[in-house]
Design a protein around this ligand. Structure first.
Ligand code: FES
Length: 146
């Protein structure tokens, strides 16, 4: 990995689409940086913004929430729509906390889109290498514990 900063990216991936795409990337032997820590959830609609804040507080430099393409692909009918609404608002809160927009992504990745997964990870890792570590982790920690 050398001297450059290597960010840690926590990924909340829905079981039915995005996690399957990550799995496919592995079985297809596609290469992507080892900076990601993937957490499988049943649906992107299950991801509470608190999880994202806790990930930042606990050491993540970036977070991705990944799910099935809206509107129709969610296996729980509208979990991805709920995630879309929730995280559209949440991005504004992150901005108020001084967390750069590059540090959080909501991505729709279907089970067949292993290449898209690789592209998303490569892009985010490169962006976060430029940004460096999260600067206001202590403030995020205080917010999580409040
Ligand atoms: Fe994938 Fe809902 S099951 S986003």
């Amino acid at each position: 990995m050398g001297d450059r900063y290597e960010p840690i990216i926590v990924v909340f991936a829905c079981n039915w689409c995005s996690y399957a795409a990550i799995d496919l990337a592995g079985t297809s032997r596609l290469h992507y940086p080892p900076n990601v820590r993937v957490i499988k959830v049943m649906c992107s609609g299950r991801v509470d913004p608190q999880f994202v804040l806790e990930a930042f507080a606990d050491g993540a430099d970036g977070v991705i929430v990944a799910g099935c393409h809206p509107p129709a692909d969610c296996h729980y009918q509208n979990g991805n729509i709920k995630a879309l609404r929730r995280f559209t608002l949440f991005k504004r809160i992150l901005a108020r906390l001084g967390i750069e927009k590059e540090r959080f992504r909501l991505e729709w990745i279907s089970a067949s889109e292993a290449k898209k997964w690789v592209e998303v990870v490569n892009e985010m890792v490169n962006e976060l290498r430029k940004l460096g570590p999260l600067k206001n982790r202590v403030e995020v920690r205080r917010l999580v514990e409040a």
